[in-house]
Design a protein around this ligand. Structure first.
Ligand code: FHN
Length: 432
């Protein structure tokens, strides 16, 4: 008897390990190329948009206000974003210095913001709008050379086969129909990849809601990579990367930090990194949230992420009419102004060449280092640990003015007497 129990436990362990991680994933050459390009792009626009925007209180409103699914669904009747204009959104991203967009194709409320045959609960069939904004966005992104990626929620508050709240036993919810739900997701993911062939990534979220369930990632990830090996898969599970994933996500924190409480188990892996953050305190449109972050805070976020070798995905929650509120677009365009002068210190660079310093970070490209002085020390000098590299010149990126410097063994001390403490970021270009 004891032996049988032991065998069953062992089998379950093996089944779970196999189901969750297929260690045989070898990224294709096109995928590896996509990863490099992704790391070069550095800055993207995150968009949380859905029928929840009608209520103007964030994307979790169905859950937080305990709105039953059959009532919540009625929001679809009022969602008619007549002023949505893909051109405007893509132009905003571009003028803000962003190189890619990641948009919610389906969030936890289960509403599909794209044309899907897998469920009638979608923007084309269930709203008076009757059009597919993701298609328009995909086409415009291609035209403008912006990459598009889709956020896709694993968690679903409404579907019966998901059965939100159900107990999980042996990797499945006790209620609902887990196989049906997994198949539903596979069908939708197939649609997203085949009907929008230009998309470059899938951004999963919601894993954390069911820690013990078998998400069938081995099958789902394999399906995605079979349909298009180039597609980069990321999963906001807040853990170390799993086999089959191509980039690692961090939420509201720089890699290595855990101020927001999501990243306790997020051991940094070896795949490209991305961190996402909101412009106020909300992902989805929140009419009452005026806690807007400043241009300086957001530029610092971008620079700090780049210095730690991570991309920065900055979120907006468009309004139900399809417009992005001016508080967001004004700030984004100011970040774009900063990028016009300083983007060579961001795009195509790599981070972690030296550890983050009290004054800021360093980004690097070939034989150039960009010293980002985010907090100018009172003595107006910074010391950069350059090791045995011989520095040939130090110039301010803005205006090309040469700066005095001294190199003593592994330390380079730059004289920043002429720099302004008001600057968002004093970027010093070091050539070796
Ligand atoms: O619950 C979601 C939330 O609504 C939002 O989508 C963020 C984005 O990172 N992720 C989840 C929380 O971890």
């Amino acid at each position: 008897m004891k032996r049988n129990v032991l065998i069953i436990v062992l089998l379950l362990f093996v089944f779970k390990a196999n189901a969750q991680q297929s260690s045989s994933y070898v990224p294709s050459p096109s995928n590896l190329k996509a990863r490099e390009k992704f790391m070069d792009m550095k800055f993207g626009l995150f968009i949380h948009w859905g029928i929840y925007s009608v209520l103007g209180d964030g994307e979790w409103i169905m859950h937080t206000r305990k709105i039953p699914y059959y009532n919540y669904r009625r929001l679809a009747n009022f969602f008619n974003p007549q002023e949505f204009n893909a051109k405007e959104w893509v132009a905003l991203a571009k003028n803000s210095g962003m190189k890619y967009i990641t948009i919610t194709s389906r969030h936890h409320d289960g509403f599909s913001m794209f044309n899907t045959k897998a469920s009638p609960y979608n923007i084309v069939d269930a709203t008076p709008y009757k059009k597919d904004p993701l298609k328009e966005l995909a086409d415009e992104c291609v035209k403008e050379g912006i990459e598009l990626r889709f956020y896709y929620s694993l968690l679903d508050w409404g579907r019966e086969d998901y059965s939100f709240g159900s107990k999980i036993v042996n990797g499945k919810p006790v209620k609902g129909d887990w196989d049906s739900y997994i198949n539903f997701m596979k069908t939708q993911l197939t649609e997203l990849i085949t009907n929008y062939p230009s998309i470059k990534g899938i951004w999963f979220d919601g894993d954390w809601e069911r820690k013990d369930v078998n998400w069938h990632y081995d099958e789902i990830y394999a399906l995605i990579h079979k349909l298009n090996p180039e597609i980069m898969i990321g999963n906001n599970h807040h853990l170390a990367p799993k086999a089959g994933e191509d980039f690692q996500l961090f939420e509201k924190d720089l890699p290595g930090n855990n101020t927001a409480g999501f990243s306790a188990g997020a051991k940094i892996g070896t795949i490209p990194l991305e961190t996402c953050e909101t412009m106020n305190g909300s992902w989805g449109f929140n009419i009452n949230d005026r806690s807007y972050k400043s241009v300086k805070q957001l530029v610092h976020y971008l620079v700090n992420a780049a210095g730690r070798d991570a991309n920065f995905l900055l979120n907006v929650g468009p309004m139900p009419n399809g417009k992005i509120q001016p508080e967001f677009s004004d700030t984004l365009l100011k970040i774009g102004d900063w990028m016009k002068v300083n983007s060579e210190s961001i795009y195509g660079t790599r981070g972690n060449v030296v550890a983050a310093q009290l004054w800021g970070v360093v980004t690097a490209k070939e034989k150039i280092w960009y010293t980002h002085v985010l907090t100018l020390p009172d003595n107006k000098t910074v010391t950069v640990p350059v090791g045995n590299k011989k520095v040939r010149s130090a110039t301010l990126l803005d205006g090309n003015r040469k700066l005095k410097f001294k190199q003593d063994k592994g330390d380079l001390t730059i004289n920043l007497e002429t720099a302004s403490a008001e600057s968002l970021d004093t970027v010093v270009k070091l050539t070796f």
